[in-house]
Design a protein around this ligand. Sequence first.
Ligand SMILES: [Zn+2]
Length: 121
Amino acid sequence: MEKRTCLYCHEPMRGRSDKKFCCVQCKSSYHNQSTSSIEAYVRSVNKQLRANRSAMHRACPEGKATVRKEFLKKLGMDFKHLTHTWKSKGGNLYYFCYDYGYTQSSEVGKVLVIQQQHYMI
Ligand SMILES: [Zn+2]
């Protein structure tokens, strides 16, 4: 039979075969650790979403602007993260971070950045 070890301290365990932890302390330490790593991940995504919003705001102070994707990246934009999408009547899909969004521009390497309008919500 395979030797089972505690998921937290990795010490060998005796007792019920479905046990995952050697003691209550190890169980709670393990769950605290995994909760804090999830929270750290959520915080890092939130931070990036705010950075994306800030980059688009700086690139587009007048509410609408065509800019190079590289320029947004230099301002801290990470195109992986967004809060929601919106499709225009013309069928263009916009990717938003809060109240700023972008869509592919017809110009290669550029995007059209817009500030969200009330009719988009
Ligand atoms: Zn343990």
